[in-house]
Ligand binder design. Structure first.
Ligand code: FES
Ligand code: FE2
Length: 364
């Protein structure tokens, strides 16, 4: 039996100390399976998570399945046109009630045949009429919350906490004002890969551009990546940075990036192709990165392909090398903690402050 309450208290003390002393998370936070399990259960499973494009859910009964923090979910457009989400789990023995994606009028579990309406209520459990004490009202599918930004769906397994529109009001406003938001864009393509590092190593790397000059030399030829030249600001749920193009590449759009608490990012060339990445925990030292690309209707497929290639091979490929290098030393047990330079990488500490707030608010 895990003592999650005690672990929360210990983590709070350690994060307080790290913030106070202006240092990184303790090294073991990046490689410890107990911490990783705690984060999956009490961070990812308690926050809004991108689940991928839902623009295919057009007609009543269209549904798709996905996974949020290891919990299988199903999202359906119901007969009234509302998007609804449920844990993809029959209340009888826990078998999934939906497979892949498709269209259905009801959810029928393929194990013993329990059948649910699109609003999740149980219609029928075969032979249940013989059981006097059985009340179908107690056995509806477990609902989850669903949010939408353009074509991209979000899910939250929790009913506590801010609504989607509230949680991301600032992010969406700033992103849309800067033409990197996806409200008026359409979904184009997805890339998925795994990499050998902790999700926080990845988010630390996304937060700062202290590393950009050295790690992204090609980008530095077109964009201003010197620490004094780019804008790096923190807001409620995210950190935002902007690299403007160099004078000799003035026709190139600015490059912008947001690291969003806890585990997703928005990156874009202003007014062109945007992408949203979600980091799924595989284990303490492995993540699955899913990148969904979006672009305005005026941008053709060749430009989307070119942008996706640029991100994947160049920027993300370069970041991956340094993150995996860091991870090897963390897994070797050699990294204890390192300083955070508030003049250059304050956003990394802002991430810790959001993490501390989450731990403080957490109900276990
Ligand atoms: S598990 Fe679904 S009907 Fe038995
Ligand atoms: Fe980078």
């Amino acid at each position: 039996m895990h003592d999650d309450r005690a672990l929360r208290v210990q983590m709070l003390a350690e994060i307080d100390s790290a913030i106070e002393r202006k240092v990184s998370f303790p090294g073991y936070w990046y490689g410890d399976e107990e911490i990783s399990r705690f984060e999956q259960k009490y961070v990812m499973a308690r926050r809004w998570q991108p689940i991928g494009p839902v623009n295919g859910l057009v007609n009543p009964g269209d549904y798709l399945t996905a996974t949020v923090a290891e919990v299988p979910i199903v999202v359906i457009r119901d007969k009234d046109g509302t998007l609804r989400g449920f844990v993809n789990m029959c209340r009888h023995r826990g078998h999934p009630v939906a497979k892949d994606s498709g269209n259905c009028t009801v959810f029928m579990c393929r194990y013993h045949g329990w059948t649910y309406r699109q609003d999740g209520s149980l219609i029928k459990a075969p032979r249940s009429e013989r059981e006097a004490a059985f009340d179908p009202a107690n056995y509806g599918l477990l609902p989850i919350r669903v949010g939408l930004w353009g074509d991209l769906g979000f899910a939250n397994l929790q009913f506590d906490g801010p609504a989607f529109e509230e949680e991301f009001a600032t992010l969406i406003r700033i992103a849309e004002e800067n033409q990197i938001g996806i409200a008026k864009m359409s979904y184009r393509k997805t890339l998925v890969w795994e990499q050998a590092c902790n999700w926080k190593t990845f988010m630390d790397n996304t937060a700062d551009c202290y590393h950009c000059r050295l790690v992204h030399p090609t980008m530095g030829t077109t964009h201003k990546t010197d620490p004094d030249d780019y804008v790096n600001e923190s807001y409620d749920t995210f950190a935002f940075h902007i690299s403007h193009s160099r004078e000799n590449h003035a026709n190139m759009p600015a490059w912008m990036a947001c690291g969003v608490w806890p585990n997703w990012t928005l990156q874009a060339m202003q007014g062109r192709v945007s992408n949203i990445r979600i980091l799924e925990i595989v284990n303490a030292n492995r993540i699955r990165v899913r990148t969904d690309f979006f672009a305005p209707p005026t941008i053709g497929e060749p430009e989307v392909e070119e942008a996706a290639d640029w991100y994947h091979k160049l920027v993300y490929g370069e970041d991956r090398v340094v993150c995996e290098g860091v991870a090897r030393n963390i897994m070797g047990g050699r990294f204890e903690e390192g300083p955070i330079f508030l003049g250059s990488e304050k956003v990394m500490q802002d991430f810790q402050i959001r993490y501390r707030q989450h731990l403080q608010d957490l109900k276990i």
